[in-house]
Design a protein around this ligand. Sequence first.
Ligand code: FPP
Length: 239
Amino acid sequence: MSSEENKLEHVAIIMDGNGRWAQKRGMPRTFGHRKGAEVVKEICKAAEKAGIKYLTLYAFSTENWKRSAEEVETLMDLLRQYLKSDLQELQEKGVCIRFIGERQMLAPDILESMAKLEEQTAANDKMTLCIALSYGSRQEIIHAARHIAELVKRGDISINDIDEKLFSDMLYTRGIPDPDILIRTSGEQRISNYLLWQMAYTEFFFTDVLWPDFNEKVLLEIIDSYKSRERRYGKIKAQ
Ligand code: FPP
């Protein structure tokens, strides 16, 4: 056990298992996504209550576009609803909302709601809720590399200026500290193209609980367990 409690600013979550949760009940996968969206709301509140400053949720990956048109449409509709009602509520609570991902794939009305929410909540500082939407980490890294190459080509920076700080600042997560904790629900143990650069020293927690069954109690248990982990960042044990 470490002598000092680990800092906890940022929790990232892969919300997995909606489809299996619904199928176990003989229902279509989209039923699980609906329940999953309710859990998102509950967990945002719980995270804020627990004093977490940044919460990043993987709502839709670049690979999720390959799912059936019906499933993609349901997820987009849930998102529309969420952007209009639930997120409005979070805004009133002083939560700043940010989106990360490839925006060009999203429908114009969704883009408009996203831009409005980001603008309206930019000055909020209670907690930052970052929603990964049409997000893929490799794509994000390529995007950053292209941007940096462009700056070098234009002569705005030199190759020697490229360091970890500059690279981090070119990612969608600019200004957001790296996650301290990653949680993946549903028993899968993969990171699925999520925050690959940002999670270099993140502590991973995998739970068998399916996302629609995830709740504040499970979140607090994970936080408790994280606090007693020893984070070494590649160094040897503190004496
Ligand atoms: C993974 O479960 C979950 C998703 C691909 C989408 C996550 C979306 C939500 C929780 C609801 C909408 C979110 C917001 C922010 C409104 P899965 O479908 O891969 O489940 P399975 O692995 O059991 O098939």
